[in-house]
Write a protein that binds this ligand. Structure first.
Ligand code: GLA
Length: 740
């Protein structure tokens, strides 16, 4: 809900738990008065202002003015810092005017308050379906404050959108920059600024590489500016846009936590500045490295939506809010909510080396694992027997594979069939590249192609013709063959980003326009093939972000498929993203045993990926335990459950979580210890159960004779006897209400 106090010029955005207050001061600048736990009485709120100064300035008539209060005192907490005046914190928007000046300072003009949230054109956003028909969505649960401001020197209008959810502790922020005057250059177009009065927080962020994605790092906010982000053209393995601040160092249940994420898949940046006055200044949005967007008269630019989740109950409060937001308000493929097939993927089993006979034998043996969908990964198209050629040529390599026969083989066994694409890439050794070399990014600046990565280049998705060509090629395959699933990969970063499609003065638009091209293709295909299930992937988890999750229900989380390292990747990923988005398979990797790999993969979407011809009867049996759990409990407890984190790998070399069904009648908990030396937890204290219900327990496949109350399991914990300690690196506990 949003109240406007006209007398005080104060906006109050709130729901039953949180308040966000903004004041339009005497100079028409927006001050951020408060963000935090719900305030019931806001009558004293103007006393929260942090601006007392004797700054003087010359007004337009050249007379000396001493304003009290002044808007440019450097410690004032503001909504939108100016640029080129006294405020030296990062301004969210920076404009270069026609005369070269960078002066950017927005003054309040008017505001609107309405029910619902505005959709963004051509970009993923909350609550809007793929095909946008309305001007506002989710009028029942979201309210929006739109503040309209004008630059003090140029005819540039800024719209700041602030939305508050009634049913979730979520604030959404974004900007629209509308040029009504002479041509300008946008040098920075972030999605939000957030100023907080104290810098006494810990900053958590998730960094890594391919195979080691999203490792949590925690540091106390320090003096100066800390910056995380991506310049790789995708959200990246190296840092994930999800990050958060916490008052306690690492408490899952206590203290204030403020989480951030951006609904975007390209370059992004979060800058966290501790000011000399000990306040905190956050600026977040599209990365301004190599970014420069030119806007002519009547052109506008929309920034992606930044989402802020507030919790006073520790990390899990924030994390569960994000999970609900992603499932209920972001993901457009609602069809898949309860309908995720058990997948078998061919990649780790045979890589590029297969033919029709091999794949049919894979299908036959994979059937013994109770699978529901078979995916033929890379290698079925063009001239593609290794990663040196073929990308861009999306026609079946009939010498290698008879796709109709393979699909029929699946259907005869009541299996669905899926296939791999990497639509945004091209190998120089491909028909597409030979006929259109200029369709590769960097073509004009780098004609000798010395900078191949995985022997490939990135297609210029700023160019509509390129996107249309790939769309048509993909449609041809999807129309001719009976395909139920598409795995969408992206295995190269955008290293060179020069586009032959744009003039010199627009080269700074390449990264963003590329992302818009990716969204357009994905969106067109989703609309044309509503029954096809699309899964995201990017060398594992290089594009695990909210932009992609708007279009696809799940993303291949990492190319690391061994349970040992996967356990932590999945745990950390699940702090920001629901388990239903975390695509996870059991593979043949040798570090951990199949029972352990099954237990870890179950805390994701679950599937298999290995050479099934090589599996022994014992291994089939070990994995079929997972298949059985998957079919009986996975949908209710994991895909649609509420996730609680129980033990964090950063503090102890172990991880543990429990996912509880909505009616609390079913839960699955996992415990994993890396060292396997000493089990720290004798009493495994669970969360999220109904204290009054009694639960029947099954521990690593063995039924526990006695039942336990939810209260006992949460307050005392389940005593892990020695017998269970050494068998595995994991313990999987299934809890069913005793009359389940
Ligand atoms: C990426 C993906 C893998 C597989 C290969 C195929 O690395 O992450 O799962 O699809 O590409 O080339």
């Amino acid at each position: 809900m949003i109240h406007y106090n006209q007398e005080q010029n104060v906006f109050h955005l709130f729901n039953k738990d949180i308040s966000y207050l903004i004041h339009v001061n005497g100079f028409g600048r927006l001050e951020t008065l408060y963000f935090g736990e719900k305030l019931n009485d806001v009558s004293d709120i103007l006393n929260a202002r942090t601006l007392y100064t004797e700054c003087t300035y010359l007004d337009k008539k050249m007379s000396l003015v001493t304003p009290t209060p002044s808007y440019f005192y450097p410690d004032t907490l503001v909504e939108i810092s100016s640029h080129g005046i006294f405020d030296k914190r990062d301004a969210p928007i920076v404009i270069q005017h026609e005369n070269g000046s960078y002066l950017t300072d927005f003054e309040y003009v008017k505001h609107k308050i309405y029910h619902g949230i505005k959709p963004l054109d051509g970009m993923p956003c909350l609550d809007a379906p793929l095909e946008r028909k309305e001007s506002l969505y989710n009028k029942e649960n979201v309210d929006t404050l739109e503040i309209i401001l004008k630059d003090i020197t140029a005819n540039v209008i800024l719209h700041e959108y602030l939305s508050v959810y009634r049913d979730k502790n979520i604030i959404v922020k974004s900007f629209k920059i509308e040029n009504k005057g002479k041509r300008i250059k946008l040098l920075r177009a972030f999605s939000m600024q957030l100023d907080l009065p104290s810098s006494d927080y810990y900053f958590h962020h998730f960094h890594g590489t391919q195979w080691v994605e999203r490792q949590e790092e925690i540091n106390k906010i320090y003096d100066g500016t800390q910056e995380i982000g991506s310049t790789r053209g995708r959200s990246s393995h190296q840092e994930n846009p999800f990050c958060f601040l916490s008052k306690e160092r690492n408490s899952l249940t206590d203290g204030e936590v403020i989480g951030f994420n951006l609904i975007y898949s390209g370059n992004w940046e979060m800058r966290v500045t501790k000011t000399p006055y000990d306040s905190l200044h956050l600026a977040y949005g599209i990365n301004d490295d190599d970014f420069c967007f030119s806007l002519g008269r009547n052109e506008s630019f929309d920034t992606p939506q930044a989402v802020i989740s507030y919790s006073k109950d520790g990390i899990d409060g924030m994390s569960q809010t994000f999970h609900r937001l992603i499932k209920e308000n972001l993901q457009t493929d609602k069809e898949r909510e309860h309908n995720r097939p058990l997948i078998f993927n061919s990649w780790e089993g045979c890589l590029f080396t297969f033919d029709t006979k091999v794949i049919k034998s894979y299908i036959d043996d994979a059937c013994k694992l109770g699978i529901e969908l078979f995916v033929l990964d890379d290698g079925w198209f063009g001239k593609r027997d290794n990663d040196k050629s073929g990308l861009g040529d999306w026609f079946v390599n009939e010498k290698k594979i008879n796709l109709h026969e393979v699909i029929e083989h699946c259907h005869e066994r009541k299996l669905k069939f899926g296939i791999w694409f990497e639509p945004e890439m091209v190998n120089p050794d491909s028909d597409l590249f030979r006929s259109h070399p200029e369709w590769a990014l960097g073509y004009e600046e780098n004609k000798d192609w010395s900078h191949l990565e995985r022997n490939q280049l990135v297609l210029d998705f700023t160019n509509d013709d390129v996107v249309d060509n790939i769309f048509e090629q993909m449609c041809k395959i999807l129309d001719e063959y009976d395909i139920d699933y598409v795995k969408w990969d992206h295995n190269r970063i955008l290293a060179e980003h020069f586009t032959a499609n744009l003039p010199a003065e627009k080269q700074g638009e390449a990264y963003h326009r590329y992302v818009l091209g990716y969204y357009r293709l994905l969106s067109q295909l989703r609309i044309r093939y509503p029954e096809i299930f699309f899964e995201g992937c990017s060398s594992g988890g290089g594009r695990f972000d909210l932009g992609t999750l708007y279009y696809v229900p799940q993303i291949w989380t990492s190319d690391e498929t061994d349970g040992a390292s996967r356990a932590y990747i999945q745990y950390y990923t699940s702090l920001g993203y629901p388990l239903s988005t975390i695509s996870s398979h059991v593979s043949a990797s040798a570090q951990t045993t199949y029972p352990t790999k099954v237990d870890i993969a179950l805390f994701g979407t679950y599937g298999y990926e290995m050479n099934p011809n090589k599996l022994s009867e014992r291994e089939f049996a070990e994995m079929n335990r997972g298949t059985e759990i998957y079919h009986k409990y996975h949908d209710k407890a994991i895909l649609n459950g509420t996730l609680y984190h129980l033990s964090n790998p950063l503090d102890h070399d172990e991880m543990s979580m429990i996912s509880v069904s909505q009616d609390q009648s079913l839960a699955i908990a996992v415990y994993y210890e890396k060292s396997n030396i000493v089990m720290r937890m004798d009493y495994w204290k669970l969360k999220g159960l109904n204290p009054k219900k009694r639960y029947h327990l099954n521990l690593n496949g063995v039924d526990v004779p006695e039942t336990y109350s939810g209260e006992h399991l949460m307050k005392v914990g389940y005593y892990l006897r020695d017998i269970f300690r050494r068998q595995n690196k994991t313990i999987l506990l299934i809890l069913k209400e005793s009359n389940y």
